[in-house]
Ligand binder design. Structure first.
Ligand code: WAQ
Ligand code: MG
Length: 265
């Protein structure tokens, strides 16, 4: 069977004259069977036109054929959940889970308090980005070819995900992305907070941790969010990792097939 990759991105012109630039509003990626291409495409457009981040001035939809033999099937990361009373507590919990994984690089000598501050600083830097930061724990350097944009994981969907739905399900989409990312060469862990102002649940993920949902990670109404991919350049080549994230086709086998669909931001 042949599949098709669909990618959508929408943006809005902001500022005037020399300050004018495109601001990202929404993006989505799916891999679907031929018979679902049209329906998924129109659901994507609807998604872009009704996004809480604003009305788009520009929508780009790209549709490409994908050969089944080029698709890698991955099992979804196991999911656990952490309940917290406040977003501050949630953020603390996330740092607690992540910092031990960072501690064997050039950051070796740093205390966990310093690593926490480093993560906080990195997180802030991700806020304006459309993709994720790729941070090398071995050298403390950022590895994104374009630091304003970041690295985007693309060409992924849930295996049983040919459901047409223009409404975003954050969890279903995130588990697909996190599973692809966790399987990247040299990947240590991922840290994620949504940039959707009314979605406050975030997660940390890795092959070892699985997918850990943290129910509150930011204040309701906060438009800031971002992703950090923690990578170890002693384990793999950065180019190989970026190539995997941006080009390899992945379908993720998730347990509850009816609730799961691709990826929309
Ligand atoms: N690749 C890399 N980075 C991305 C991608 C991508 N495909 N899509 C989004 N990002 C970055 C980008 O900087 C966004 O601002 C940021 O991540 C957040 O993206 O279990 O909805 O799509 O309930 O807003 C977590 C679900 C939802 C937790 C996360 O992120 C749960 C979410 P969003
Ligand atoms: Mg978003």
């Amino acid at each position: 069977m042949d599949y098709y990759s669909l990618k959508m991105r929408a943006s809005q012109q902001v500022g005037e004259g020399e300050n004018a630039h495109e601001q990202h509003i929404s993006g989505a990626e799916r891999i679907v069977a031929r018979e679902n291409v049209e329906a998924v495409c129109s659901a994507m457009v609807k998604r872009a036109m009704t996004h809480s981040k604003g009305d788009p001035d520009f929508i780009n939809v790209k549709i490409e054929k994908v050969h089944e033999s080029d698709i890698r099937i991955l099992k979804a990361l196991p999911v656990t959940r952490v309940d917290v009373d406040t977003w501050q507590e949630g953020l603390e919990k996330a740092f607690e889970l992540i910092t031990p994984l960072m501690g064997n690089g050039s950051d070796n000598q740093r205390s966990s308090q310093e690593l926490r501050e480093k993560l906080q600083e990195l997180l802030k830097a991700t806020f304006p980005m459309r993709g994720a930061m790729l941070y090398d724990i071995a050298t403390g350097k950022r590895l994104e070819p374009d630091q304003d944009r970041g690295v985007r994981a693309t060409y992924m969907d849930a295996l049983q995900g040919n459901v047409v739905d223009s409404c975003k399900n954050h969890f279903n989409e995130a588990i697909v992305l996190a599973t692809k990312v966790a399987n990247a060469p040299g990947m240590v862990a991922e840290f994620c907070i949504s940039d959707d102002p009314n979605y406050i649940t975030g997660y940390v993920a890795s092959k070892e941790l699985g997918y850990v949902r943290i129910m509150k990670m930011k204040e309701m109404g906060d438009e800031n969010g971002g992703r950090i991919f923690l990578f170890d350049s002693r384990k793999a080549d950065a180019e190989e990792c970026i190539d995997y994230l941006q080009k390899k086709k992945v379908l993720v086998e998730v347990v509850d097939s009816r609730r799961v669909q691709g990826r929309m931001t």
